[in-house]
Each structure stands twice: as C-alpha cells, then as structure tokens.
Design a protein around this ligand. Sequence first.
Ligand code: PXG
Ligand code: PLP
Length: 442
Amino acid sequence: MSDRMNATPNDMRAFWMPFTANRQFKKEPRLFVGAKDMYYTTHDGRTVLDGTAGLWCVNAGHCRPKITEAIRQQAGELDYAPAFQLGHPKAFELANRLIDIAPEGMGHVLYTNSGSESVETALKVALAYQRVKGQGSRTRLIGRERGYHGVNFGGISVGGIVANRKMFGTLLTGVDHMPHTHNLAKNAFTRGMPEHGGDLATELERIVTLHDASTIAAVIVEPVAGSTGVLIPPKGYLQKLREICTKHGILLIFDEVITGFGRLGAPFAAQYFDVKPDIITTAKGLTNGVIPMGAVFVTNEIHDAFMTGPEHMIEFFHGYTYSGNPIASAAALGTLDTYREEGLLTRAAELAGYWEDALHSLKDCPNVIDIRNIGLIGAIELEPIAGEPTKRAFSAFLKAYEKGLLIRTTGDIIALSPPLIIEKAQIDELFTKLRDVLMNNI
Ligand code: PXG
Ligand code: PLP
C-alpha cells in the first residue's frame, strides 16, 4: 500500500521537513498556530517567547499590521508581473529605499527569493565582473571554515560546515577556505569582539601566494558567522581582509543574510564594523521573514562595468521567475516602513549593553564553557556530553520549548537572536527561563 493510501488529513509523513530529525519530530510534533509581536502560540495552546526571531528573520516581531496590510492590498491589486523584460513600480521603489540604507556607493540591487539564492547570485556576479573587466582568469572563490552560505551548490562549496557538504560529491571546483576564527582557549567569555585572532586574516595572503591573485575572483565571509554557532570577528580581522582583497584585486562579499537589517544595531554589519565590501547578500529581515525574498547589493563600479555593449542586449544572464515579485516587494516596503517608524535598524545598539549583561549572567550555570555576544545576538556554548555531541543543547532546546521559550541550537551551542522590538522585561523573561533550563539540564 502506498503512503498516500494511508494518509489522513493531519498525517505528517508526506512533508519531508528541512534540517529536521523527521522521525523524532513526527512522533512528538511541535507546531505553531499563531504569533503576535514577541510570542508564538503552540498547537496545544501555550505561549512561547520568540528568542530567535523565527530563524533570525522576524526582526520587527510577528504579524505586524503594516506588513500584513501591504501584502493584503498588493495581492488584490497586482498579484504577479513577469520579471524579465517587464516590471512593476514597487520593485523599483523598493530598490531605491534599499540603497538609501546601504553603505555609500552600493547603488544597485538584484532580487532573489532566499539567502541561498542571494549567495549564488553574488558568486555569479563576482565571476562575471572579473570577466567583463578582462580578468577572466580570476575564477577561484575563497570561503572560510565553518561558514554558512545556504544550501545550494555554490553556497555549500564556499561554505565550511562539514555535514552540509560531505554527502554531495565534488561541489564547485577551484574553491579554497580560510581558517575559522573560533578560539575558546584564548577568547572564552569575551564580551563583544574577541582580542585574539585578528591576524588570522593574513591566512588569506597565504592562499593568494599559493594560487596567485590572478586566479582569485572573490572572498566570501559572514561578518558574524551565525549558523555555525555565532563566531564573532576578532578585532581588526575584517579590516585586514578588506586590505588584502583590495591589494590583490579580489572582490569581498559580505554574506549579511543574518546580520542585515539591524541585527547588530546598524542597518548592515558593513556599517557597524566600518568595513566596505563590494557585494552584500541579504534575505530574511528584508521582508521580516514573512514572504520569501532576498536582495544582493553591489557597488556602482560593479554594476557599471556590465553596462556596456549594445543597449538592446541583456547585460547579465541571470534572474528568477520571482525576482522582485510584487507581493514580496510590497511586504518589503511594509517592513522598511515598520523599521523606520520604530527605529528598529538601530535599536539593537541601545539594547546591546543590557542584553550583554543579562546573557553573561548565565556564566555560573553548569556546563557553560563560553558565552559570546554582539548587537542583539548571543551564544552559549555547552560542554558536549561525552560521546553524544549535540544532545545536551538539543535537550535544552526541548526543555526551553516546554517552559515557553524558543531558542536555537547548533551542535552544543545555543544561539539567541530575538526580534529587535524586544523590551527589557522580555530580555529578563528570556534569561530567567533559560537559567531555569540550564540549571536543570542534563
Ligand atoms: N547565508 C547566511 C549567512 C545564512 O545565515 C543563508 C545564507 C541561506 O539563507 P536561506 O534563506 O536560503 O535559508 C543563511 C541562512 C540557524 C539558521 O538557525 C540559519 C540560517 C537558516 C536557517 C537556520 O542558524 N541561515
Ligand atoms: N525549472 C524549470 C523547468 C523552469 O522552467 C524554471 C523557470 O522557468 C526553473 C526551473 C527556474 O525556476 P525559478 O525561476 O523559479 O528559479
């Protein structure tokens, strides 16, 4: 008998869930059925404080009226417009609004539908740019160990998370990786940016020496590595990467899918760290996570390099059916309005000190081997149970969920990234609940 014949309306087998222990989940499901501002409602009627902004994306909190209304209106007015050789006004309006908050000189935007697609788009722009500049031998892409750049082939090739790579063959050729910067022995319990490890950027010089600059198109890094468990750049590290890239004619791509749209207290990490990349990838917070959409920002110099040749010719052979989709564009405009009206793109800077103190107050909890923070991001690294990595953190996740708190875990690291609307009283609620979990964790 096929699975289909066994199916009942609430049968869970057909949906093969992403990055999930499917069999375990389906035995004991956790479903959200509603959300408002800082809280989710579960299928069994409980309230759960959102300590992770969904998956790092609901920066303005849940079910915000401006965004809901923008989507509702757009769906009834213009549902879809072809994206190639045609357009609609909101996609242009949105691009203008986006470059207003972007680092100076990043005056052009390509649309995608996710962070993974933003990464593929950025890598392709970088390769094509080198070629149109007469530097066609620059085909190598450099990523970093423990980097996360989504799940498509380019992204897992430059990414450095072993489990996301090892099953999928030879990936892209011509990719190399810099070492990651995580150093518990030297930097554990640092508040903000670590002192040690800035010189690891010079590993890029070693890679350039090995391959020769004339073969390297671009370097891609997350300014703050999120998915791997929150690795904060050591002091001076990003500046040094920028210097080396500039010196060798290599493009620097910041993957800001997590850090974009206010997570650190500035619109983008590029502004927070005062380091200017050539390309920025975004998604998530662009639409408050509500409708899938991403955007890739490029410098005027990159854009202009393509605007040559006959005007009737397509300048860049790339794009998606849903690039700049009307409903997604409307959702993004509603999101930017909400961010602006409530000052959310800089609010993390005001809360960062309070957040840091509250987070580091967990230092005395059992099995905590590191706590780190930047902006409205926090991470607590736990001592793995011998022979059973990831189990301690995952059991903390389950206990927190029972106690009405949503946290995110990766390996034995707990990551926290609440909506930027969080109030101090809710920061207190979050850490009171988390202390309770950690005190009684296995
Ligand atoms: N780049 C970066 C830096 C990301 O963090 C992506 C690309 C891919 O985005 P999409 O939209 O294709 O998922 C991401 C996504 C987690 C977690 O809990 C992180 C992400 C996604 C889901 C969970 O750490 N990052
Ligand atoms: N596969 C097929 C058969 C298609 O026709 C298309 C788009 O027309 C795609 C994939 C790409 O889809 P999208 O543009 O939504 O990424």
